[in-house]
Ligand binder design. Structure first.
Ligand code: GDP
Length: 363
């Protein structure tokens, strides 16, 4: 009957649903939070400025060597509102100055991990609160991790950092200051870094697989993107003149390095990936995998606390004192049980939670 009705009228109107969603999200605007991490001096701020064509670091204070000896990692946040063809994007850059700067850098990734967890915690609180309408989402969607071009592949600190964070955030590794390397060196370094990433079991952000019905061009572009990891990047805050055109680049006595020239580096590929093709996927993975993981742990420990409390109450009741302690009012008891039942139900319905629960029970 339904089919008949549809073919009768031909057009009901739900085909406009994508337009409705489009209008709504454009009106609301978009947000994206990008973190940059890696040793200082690798060109993080320069690259961010080049990526978004803004000066995000106007009032940065650089520390001298002595000040950096005991430097702790501080986290700073810069937000800019950018607009393009009527689409608004609130871009937040989270920087980690001081990372790897001190003499002793053991566990210097910890404050970065804590920061990411804090954003998850805040979101979890807001989401469980009464007013869920205007939640400010500060979760970190992507972390560009800068690898030095001067080492032989990854350094221990790089491995430690990525391993500590790979389950909390989408890590996209970049090979910094690629203009200091020859094309052959870039190629070799990329292969070495990819091998090491595999060898150490580091889980960097995985580009989603192409749909099988995509055209060949698209598939090839997608493969090129995957082979590009780590993106070899060059940043510059200056505009120079090359072949009669004004371009963002670096002027050397022997020539000009152009930031946006694909023959010189992967800057454009990285920018396209971040902004044009994968921004939404980075946000989806953050929400569906990283945040979900965090949330699962939270609920698990909350449930365990409730059960422990309940057992403690029971034990006190049964401890056979001369003066029997009055029963905990029935309401509270059933309330606790209800909460556990609800959480259990939730765990059972989420495959991720279910598997984790099973794993925990086994251990
Ligand atoms: P940050 O401490 O990681 O934020 O590094 P900065 O962006 O402040 O850059 C440190 C120094 O490296 C500055 O003198 C930059 O001009 C220079 N620099 C930045 N990007 C590049 C690059 O791609 N290639 C080269 N050769 N130098 C760069």
């Amino acid at each position: 009957v339904c089919e008949l009705l549809l073919s009768d009228k031909e057009y009901v109107g739900f085909a406009t649903l994508p337009n409705q969603v489009h209008r709504k999200s454009v009106k609301k605007g978009f947000d994206f939070t990008l973190m940059v991490a890696g040793e200082s001096g690798l060109g993080k701020s320069t690259l961010v400025n080049s990526l978004f064509l803004t000066d995000l670091y106007k009032d940065r204070k650089l520390l001298n060597a002595e000040e950096r000896i005991t430097q702790t990692v501080e986290i700073t946040k810069h937000t800019v509102d950018i607009e393009e063809k009527g689409v608004k994007l609130k871009l937040t850059i989270v920087d980690t100055p001081g990372f790897g700067d001190a003499v002793n850098n053991t566990e210097c990734w910890k404050s970065v991990a804590d920061y990411i967890d804090q954003q998850f915690e805040q979101y979890f609180r807001d989401e469980s609160g009464l007013n869920r309408k205007n939640i400010q989402d500060n979760r970190v969607h992507c972390c560009l991790y800068f690898i030095s071009p001067f080492g032989h592949g990854l350094r221990p600190l790089d491995v430690e950092f990525m391993k500590a964070l790979h389950e909390k955030v989408n890590i996209v590794p970049v090979l910094a200051k690629a203009d200091t390397l020859t094309p052959t060196e870039v190629k070799r370094k990329k292969i070495k870094i990819r091998e090491e990433i595999e060898q150490y079991g580091i889980k960097i952000y995985q580009f989603p697989d192409c749909d099988s019905d995509e055209d060949e061009d698209f598939k090839q572009q997608d493969q090129e993107l995957k082979d590009c990891i780590p993106f070899a990047v060059i940043g510059s805050n200056t505009v120079v003149e090359a072949k009669g055109k004004r371009v963002r680049g670096r002027l050397y006595p022997w020539g000009i390095v152009e930031v946006e020239n694909p023959a010189h580096c992967d800057f454009v590929k990285l920018r396209n990936m971040l902004v044009r093709t994968h921004m939404q996927d980075l946000k989806d993975v953050t929400r569906e995998t990283h945040y979900e993981n965090y949330r699962a742990h939270c609920i698990q420990s909350m449930t365990r606390m409730v059960v422990k409390e309940r057992n403690r109450n029971k034990l006190t009741r049964e401890s056979g004192t001369d003066f029997p302690i009055p029963m905990v009012p029935g309401a509270t008891d059933t309330e606790t049980e209800k909460l556990i039942r609800e959480k259990d139900e939730e765990v059972r319905h989420s495959p991720l939670l279910y598997n984790q629960n099973k794993y925990m029970k086994q251990n």
